[in-house]
Design a protein. Structure first.
Length: 227
């Protein structure tokens, strides 16, 4: 993969975020993962993943993607206690109340808890040379501040704080356009900017439903409509 830049930032230290960070190491000199939680060193539940105790499964395609980025990761999960079963053959798969007929697919599914899978992936990503950044909870601090504002000043203040953050992100995307290559610029213009504008519109609607003290005026830029 060609080198893109010096520093990439991934927001969210889940399995997807960790694997995104691993992929970005091939194109950036440094990759930082930011999460609202202090990410544990080993296998542990955390606040941002309340569903972590539920059974999770790595389906065959997910295993192949994991192996492509972190070779040996699936075998390590199984060796440490994850259950490996013949897909659609050694377990029951029920959809809308109907069990799928058992059939041999030649593939296997790996079952484990979310913290178990995430902890192993996190350990392998860190083993590539990464260390937790002391500032990695900056986003968590923002979230906690918004939660505190909601408790102290009400939901309207918290929503307006969130909207201000979305406006800040919108400005950052626009300011960065001139520095991006053509492909990246298209992604920002066609995907990220419309999504950011939709978030702001949704927040405006929620703020309006709360009554007086509606959304703040736009930040001096005219947002193009999103259809």
């Amino acid at each position: 993969m060609r080198r893109i830049g010096e520093h990439a930032v991934v927001i969210g230290g889940s399995v997807a975020g960790l694997l995104a960070a691993r992929a970005l190491t091939e194109a950036y000199d440094r990759v930082t993962v930011i999460d609202r939680d202090a990410l544990p060193d080993g296998v542990a539940d955390r606040r941002a993943v309340p569903q972590g105790r539920h059974a999770h499964a790595l389906l065959p395609l997910g295993q192949r993607c994991l192996e492509q980025l972190l070779p040996g990761a699936v075998d390590a999960l199984v060796a440490d206690g994850a259950a490996s079963c013949a897909a659609l053959e050694e377990y029951r798969f029920v959809v809308s109340g109907s069990r799928l007929a058992p059939v041999s697919t030649g593939n296997r599914t790996v079952f484990a808890s979310r913290p178990f899978i995430e902890g192993h992936v996190r350990a392998r990503v860190r083993a590539l040379g990464g260390e937790p950044d002391d500032s990695a909870r900056a986003w968590g601090g923002l979230v906690q501040a918004i939660e505190g504002a909601s408790k102290l000043l009400g939901d309207g203040a918290a929503l307006r704080a969130l909207r201000e953050g979305e406006e800040h992100g919108l400005r950052d995307y626009r300011d960065a356009l001139s520095e991006l290559d053509l492909e990246s610029r298209r992604v920002v213009q066609d995907v990220l900017l419309p999504a950011q504008l939709l978030h702001i519109q949704a927040l405006d609607a929620m703020i309006s439903r709360l009554g007086p003290g509606g959304p703040p005026p736009p930040s001096g830029r005219t947002s193009r409509p999103v259809v």
